[in-house]
Structures are given as C-alpha cells and as structure tokens.
Design a protein around this ligand. Structure first.
Ligand code: GTP
Ligand code: MN
Ligand code: MN
Ligand code: MN
Ligand code: MN
Ligand code: MN
Length: 194
C-alpha cells in the first residue's frame, strides 16, 4: 500500500482532513551480529497496541500546533523523549491508503548510536504510553540471513497503514539499503507472507 503523494503545503491547505505525523529515527553503527554480520544501521519502529508495526508519532491538529511540534509531543508520549523535529526532517506526505480524510506525514532523523540507545531506554523507563499504546520499540534487521531471515522476515509482518512503504522509501532515499537489496527483500517477504 503506497498511498498517493501530496506536498506538505497542499496537504495543510486541504479542508476536512486529519493529519498524522510519524518519524523514522536511525543511526549508523559498527556493531556486528554474531561478531561477523554488520548491522550497519539502527532503524527504530514500534510494536503498536493493535499488534501492527509502525513508527512513533500520531495525530496532529495543525490549527493548534505545527506538524513538527505535534510530532515532537507524540514522541514525548510514546518514547518518553520529546525529540525536536525540524521541517528539514520531512520526507513525504501522502493520503492514507485505507483511512478516508487522513493525510500521513513522514519524517526521518539521524541520531548518534548513543542517543538512539537513550531513546530506547526512555521508551521503557519514562514513556507514558509504554505498555499501553506502545508495546515496545523494535530495531529493524537490515541484513539477509539464510531462508529469508533478517530483513525479508521483518517485512513479512503486518504494518499499520502505509508504514511499510514509508520504511522502504526512507531506506532507499537515505541510501541505507541499496535498491537491489530492497527489491530482493520485498520479493522474498511476499513469498513468506501468509
Ligand atoms: P492516540 O494517541 O490514541 O490519538 O493515537 P496517535 O495520536 O498516536 O495516532 P496513531 O499513531 O495511531 O496514528 C494515527 C493514524 O495514523 C492511525 O490510525 C493509522 O491510520 C495511521 N498510522 C499510525 N502509525 C502510522 C505509521 O507509522 N505510518 C503511517 N503512514 N500511518 C500510521
Ligand atoms: Mn495522539
Ligand atoms: Mn501513535
Ligand atoms: Mn500517540
Ligand atoms: Mn490512536
Ligand atoms: Mn495517546
């Protein structure tokens, strides 16, 4: 599910639409799985209360707050740290594929590995929504193991709205995963889905 793209400015000028803002927090890492498989990048998603994977963030009312400050407020609730978000962190906006009158805005923000670890700690220790709207933060495995393990298996899970497309496009645009690997992972994941 991709959803039709729209510019942020045009989205904000539409009447009768609700706005949701979500963000992909990520960092580079030298860590190696089993001491040999490079992790390369830490990419955070969350297991939501409804059992679906998605990004931290939520509904923002643009008549009360900017998209970025609303997203920062949601991060305070869901991960216990109101990380500042700037307009430059915006990646794309699009109509939600299955929810009428909803526009989803997507942001990405690169952090240091240590900062991301602090985010993970706060998500458990201080986030008001931990165990309620958010069952836990998860790191996305970006490597390929035998039999589809790793990235393809992750992509075979169920995702809220167009968050799976948001993940794939961000990984491509930011150059965290090559286009060839993205295509291979999606093809493998589609075979594993049941
Ligand atoms: P409340 O605090 O209960 O109001 O929820 P929220 O404000 O945190 O809203 P939520 O994060 O659930 O997002 C609002 C709507 O956006 C959801 O009902 C989904 O349709 C959609 N949504 C949720 N997560 C994502 C995501 O990661 N990506 C995209 N594209 N849409 C999402
Ligand atoms: Mn909310
Ligand atoms: Mn949310
Ligand atoms: Mn929320
Ligand atoms: Mn909700
Ligand atoms: Mn809430």
């Amino acid at each position: 599910m991709a959803g039709q793209e729209i510019s942020k400015e045009e989205a904000l000028s539409r009447h009768g639409y609700r706005h949701a803002c979500h963000i992909m927090l990520y960092a580079d890492t030298n860590a190696k799985l089993f001491g040999k498989i490079p992790i390369k990048h830490i990419v955070l998603m969350q297991m939501r209360f409804d059992g679906l994977l998605g990004f931290p963030g939520g509904l923002v009312n643009p008549s009360e707050e900017s998209l970025e400050s609303g997203l920062s407020r949601e991060l305070g609730e869901e991960i216990g740290a109101a990380i500042p978000v700037s307009p430059e962190d915006h990646l794309s906006s699009c109509f939600a594929p299955s929810t009428p009158h909803l526009i989803t805005h997507f942001y990405t923000k690169k952090m240091k590995e240590g900062e991301l670890r602090e985010v993970e700690k706060a998500a458990v220790m201080t986030a008001a929504d931990h165990g309620l709207e958010v069952m836990g933060m998860v790191r996305v495995p970006l490597y390929f193991l035998k039999n589809g393990g790793g990235f393809p298996a992750f992509l075979s899970h169920s995702f809220i709205s167009n968050s799976r497309s948001q993940l794939l496009s961000a990984l491509g645009v930011l150059g965290l995963v090559s286009q060839d690997d993205l295509r291979a992972a999606v093809a493998r994941a589609d075979k594993m889905r049941h």
